[in-house]
Design a protein around this ligand. Structure first.
Ligand code: KG4
Ligand code: ZN
Length: 359
């Protein structure tokens, strides 16, 4: 027994990557050994809840407080010494500049002091590659619908290094559509998980919201937001603006209170059909049937269920990362870092962070 333990504690890997993610309001670190995730630590920032959204300055300050304990915990849980780290990966873009800077400067200092390569990672590409963490992986080329608080994209992934955005939102992201709808319903931020929760008890066919007609593989969610706004202002009479339909404040509140599960289920169903109809179109156009989900909104139970159903119907091979790899995390940065390490795709210490990302 003692021998076995000694053996386990000295597991060595050919390639050990330490990864840091700090693009928004989660400070996260992960260690990956030969493509296997050994630890995945996330410190979420509660400070933003009271403001109904992420406050960039507060996010940067919280990252500064969290980063050392989070990295130490990731190393400890992975049973990894700093001297065993072969490269340091970090999120370079896109994100909040102040937040990105904290992770980037930390990663650069660490890489410099360890004299190991630095790997700059594109956060949205990392969401896609989270699908390569599980043992059962999609085959290349695959399609990925990435749905998060800031992005909605259909990505064609030809290899870990070659990706192309086939379609994306022209206004709000899917996560924003959930969060803004929740706000209109008087639910706290982030409202996406709450809409999911109430929708489970509701009838998705009770209320009808229009599907936008956007050409190609692009998405739009701003029209849906407007129709939900009028629908609630009219206390469910219509989703069009008409002076005579306007309800009193009390009637609106009562309408929401009495119909919350059905309203949430109907909103969720419309967001899900907007997403999956485009994904179906992308599969038909490319002939690709290995299809993945990624990003925070892929935690939505309605989307997961409808995705599996459509997959069965059209004989797709479907993949969804484990829940902890869907929302922002450093394991996805670590797995991307691992593939980049294999290609010797390293960054110079002069690399800068960027709010917007090039593909
Ligand atoms: O990927 P993510 O963690 O962060 C970004 O990079 O944006 O995504 C966060 C988004 C938020 O808009 C949140 O409301 C949404 O994901 N979200 C959900 C659910 N869980 C998280 N939306 C709907 N249903 C959920 N269960
Ligand atoms: Zn994200």
């Amino acid at each position: 027994m003692h021998l076995l333990l000694t053996h386990l504690t000295h597991l060595t890997f050919m390639t050990t990557i330490l990864a840091i993610e700090s693009s928004c309001d989660e400070t996260a670190a992960s260690v990956c050994g030969d493509g296997k995730i050994l630890s995945n630590i996330i410190a979420s920032q509660k400070v933003h809840e009271q403001y109904g959204g992420v406050v960039p300055e507060l996010a940067s300050r919280a990252h500064i407080q969290n980063i050392i304990p989070v990295v130490n915990a990731a190393l400890q849980i992975a049973n990894c010494k700093l001297s065993s780290v072969d490269a340091v990966a970090f999120t370079q873009s896109p994100g909040l500049i102040g937040s990105l800077l904290v992770g980037a400067q930390f990663a650069k200092s660490l890489a410099l002091s360890l004299n190991k390569p630095l790997i700059a990672v594109h956060h949205m590409q990392a969401h896609v590659l989270a699908n390569l963490i599980a043992n059962e992986k999609p085959s290349f080329p695959f399609l990925c619908l990435t749905v998060s608080g800031g992005h909605t994209q259909i990505v064609l992934c030809e290899s870990p290094a070659r990706m192309k955005v086939l379609g994306e939102t022209i206004d709000d992201a899917a996560g924003e559509a959930f969060d803004k709808s929740a706000k209109l319903l008087g639910l706290p931020y982030p409202g996406g998980p709450l809409i999911d929760k109430y929708a489970r008890q509701g009838n998705p066919d009770r209320f009808h919201f229009p599907e936008p007609q956007i050409p190609g593989l692009d998405f739009s969610f701003s029209g849906l937001k407007t129709s939900i706004l009028y629908f609630l202002r009219n206390a469910g009479k219509s989703n069009l603006y008409k002076e005579e339909f306007m309800a009193t404040e009390d009637d609106r509140k009562e309408f929401i209170q009495n119909n919350l599960p059905d309203i949430c289920a109907s909103i969720q169903q419309r967001i899900v059909t907007i997403l999956l109809n485009k994904l179906k179109k992308a599969s038909v156009e490319t002939g690709i049937s290995d299809i993945c989900l990624a990003g925070g909104v892929s935690a939505n139970s309605g989307l997961r269920k409808a995705f599996e159903e459509i997959g069965k119907k059209y004989k797709w091979k479907t993949f969804i990362p484990a829940f902890e790899y869907c929302t922002d995390n450093a394991a996805m940065i670590a797995i991307t870092g691992y593939y980049k390490y294999m290609e010797k795709d390293f960054s110079d210490l002069s690399v800068t962070v960027s709010a917007k990302a090039e593909w």
